[in-house]
Design a protein around this ligand. Structure first.
Ligand code: PHE
Ligand code: NA
Length: 498
């Protein structure tokens, strides 16, 4: 066609970009806690089984769709069948939502890298984080009062994203990962080594790795393992479809996927060692049990770690390495999330990359700043995150695998495509995993989560608030996805010209 699709220059550029997407905040602040809560050392069994029976197969599935149909999710699903474009838009909208709040967390981490010098949080990091830094108001209602120390770093994140995505697949996305991943790995390995030498580290590691084998019969532990794998690999909601659409015709897809899957998991285990060494130190320094200091997410990063940094020798170094790692890990993921949206809009409208990036990053950035750099941002973030991950990511993956395997019966052709280009061949086991195991696991996780949220609400937040930013947002994404699929493709679009 006249406007041929952008490409990664080498397979390594693709692998680094895919690792950049996969290795994110989830590796650092989610995996260690999930492993600890679900059997410690024994969690390795459900975790590896989830990786091999669901994570890697879904990764290959995304690669096959993106590479076979050479398009962003809406274009790839449109080429798959004229009825399925809306699945692609659903994935795109999920990425949009995740992108607008992910930028806020990266901004907090950037500020905390700076706060680590001189321990800006003082005596009580919790009071500092919610009160002084975020200035969280009494009620949950959204405000339009901007918090400068969140607004400015967020604006910087969006501007850098504008430059990186504007520079394109080779010079922007691939370059950012080829630089970012080695920097991240170096910082993180130094952090883990420093943490291992802290007093109390062995107790932390014992707490994480001591196996509790009795959990293996608990279905919740298996759900936790599959949930962690889906989230952690960035599979099932368009990112890997988009990245693999930028691969050359003959590319070893399965070999690359195995590399990405195992790199991501190695990074999770490494993070477990670093985080629990630091928590072991914190417990000892405060004369309490490790169990009393274990947290995850926001609490781990912005409350526990500041405490550790204040009490540890070489605290500022630990702070810079830890928060710097969050910034790099988060930013390479954010690039992949927004590229899904850019790629979809560009494909459908036939605009140039620069125009598309300006509009998409502009709109996303404004919404992101309005919702998340204001005093009320953190509660909105909490709810959107919970619903985007469960209702959105899991739901979209479920619909995609069921549609391809059962409704359209195209799984055989996907398998032939993978085998035609790859070194590691897949066969009937793979088909059984995608057509049977994945739908069952995804449906179970999706339904049990929806039932739980419907019956028990979410957190301590009022029903109207969860109704708006949780349920309302989730359902709106499905409706808007269908509407977008009804809009005609531009005559200049990739559908007509490639
Ligand atoms: N996979 C990333 C992680 O484990 C998170 C992520 C979520 C990346 C959504 C992209 C999109 O942290
Ligand atoms: Na990950």
């Amino acid at each position: 066609g006249k406007a041929s699709r952008e490409q990664f220059a080498t397979r390594w550029a693709f692998i680094f970009a895919a690792i950049g997407s996969a290795v994110g905040l989830g590796n650092i602040w989610r995996f260690p806690y999930v492993a600890y809560e679900n059997g410690g050392g024994a969690f390795i069994v459900p975790y590896l089984i989830a990786l091999l029976t669901a994570g890697i197969p879904l990764l290959f599935f995304d690669y096959a769709i993106g590479h076979r149909f050479k398009g962003s999710p809406p274009l790839a699903f449109k080429r798959l069948s004229k009825w399925t474009e809306s699945i692609g838009w659903w994935q795109v909208l999920i990425c949009f939502v995740i992108g607008v709040y992910y930028a806020a967390i990266i901004a907090y981490a950037a500020m905390y890298t700076w706060f680590s010098f001189g321990e800006r949080w003082g005596e009580d990091p919790e009071v500092f984080f919610f009160g002084e830094y975020l200035q969280v108001p009494e009620g949950v209602a959204p405000t339009l009062e901007f918090v400068p120390a969140v607004f400015w770093p967020m604006l910087a994140v969006w501007l850098i994203l504008l430059v990186v995505l504007g520079a394109g697949v080779k010079k922007g996305i691939a370059m950012a990962s080829l630089i970012g991943i080695p920097v991240l790995a170096t910082m993180f390995i130094i952090l883990v080594i420093v943490a291992l030498f802290l007093p109390g580290a062995p107790e932390g590691l014992n707490a994480l790795f001591t196996p509790n084998w009795s959990v293996l019969t608990d279905p919740q532990v298996w759900i936790a393992a599959y949930g962690q794998i889906f989230f952690s690999l960035s599979v099932g909601f368009g990112i890997m479809i988009t990245y693999s659409s930028y691969l050359k015709r003959r590319t070893n897809l399965t070999g690359s996927g195995l590399m990405v899957g195992f790199s991501n998991s190695s990074f999770e285990v490494l993070a477990g060692i670093g985080v629990f060494s630091a928590l072991g130190f914190m417990a000892q320094a405060n004369g309490v049990a490790v169990a009393d200091v274990v947290t995850n997410g926001i609490g781990l990063a912005f409350i526990a770690f500041p405490t550790i940094i204040s009490q540890a020798p070489a605290g500022a170094l630990i702070g810079v390495l830890f928060f710097g790692s969050l910034v790099f890990a988060g930013f390479t993921s954010l690039i992949s999330i927004l590229e899904v949206v850019v790629s979809a809009v560009k494909d459908k409208l036939g605009w140039s990359r620069v125009t598309t990036v300006t509009v998409v990053v502009g709109v996303a950035g404004i919404i992101s700043l309005l919702l998340f750099s204001t005093t009320s941002g953190i509660n909105v973030l909490d709810v959107t995150d919970a619903f985007a991950n469960s209702f959105g990511i899991v739901g979209a993956a479920l619909v995609a695998v069921v549609t391809v395997s059962w409704v359209l019966r195209r799984l055989d052709r996907m398998v032939s495509h993978l085998n035609a280009v790859s070194s590691f061949r897949v066969g009937w086991i793979y088909k059984a995993l995608v057509a049977v195991v994945l739908p069952i696991v995804l449906a179970y996780i999706w339904i049990s989560d929806v039932v739980l949220k419907a019956t028990e609400g979410y957190g301590d937040l009022p029903a109207w608030f969860v109704g708006t930013f949780g349920w309302g947002m989730s359902i709106a994404l499905v409706v808007v996805a269908v509407l977008l699929s009804l809009l005609p493709w531009s005559q200049k679009s990739a559908l007509h010209s490639e």
